[in-house]
Ligand binder design. Structure first.
Ligand SMILES: [Zn+2]
Length: 141
């Protein structure tokens, strides 16, 4: 099994309205988003020979997510939740990327240098109680 990771950084604000401490106030983080791709085999022919996939291709898939939803955005607004925790962001990013990024296996969000959350799906698992059958429309309202 081969595992690739590509790390991206973004700045964003959020507010955890239900939190029982300081996180219920508006604040920001310098986040990192780590996208993990796994595959059993390498590409055998062509310009990507010997790779699982080109790291630049991972960037191509992730850039719209960063630009349109994450970097310099208020995550409560762009992700449509009042609890944009690191766990939720990782889950949301996984769902966003899974339809487009081949071999996607996990997404990790680092909220601070010492805190991170990873979403790595287990086949057939439902994460949120209001998740639709298609795996979309997940919210934490
Ligand atoms: Zn926070």
């Amino acid at each position: 099994m081969f595992t690739l990771e590509k790390r991206f950084t973004f700045e964003a604000s959020h507010c955890l309205h239900h939190h029982d401490s300081k996180c219920n106030r508006l604040h920001g983080h310098s986040y990192a988003l780590v996208v993990e791709v796994t595959a059993e085999q390498l590409v055998l022919d062509g310009p990507k020979r010997g790779m699982v996939m080109d790291f630049d291709d991972i960037t191509t898939y992730v850039r719209p997510l960063l630009v349109d939803y994450l970097d310099h955005h208020h995550l409560n607004d762009t992700l449509g939740t009042d609890s944009p925790t690191a766990e939720f962001i990782a889950y949301w990013a996984y769902k966003y990327l899974q339809a487009h990024l081949p071999h996607l296996s996990a997404v990790t969000v680092e909220e601070t240098p010492t805190t991170r959350a990873t979403y790595r799906p287990r086949p057939g698992a439902r994460v949120l109680p209001n998740e639709g059958e298609d795996g979309h429309a997940a919210t934490l309202r």
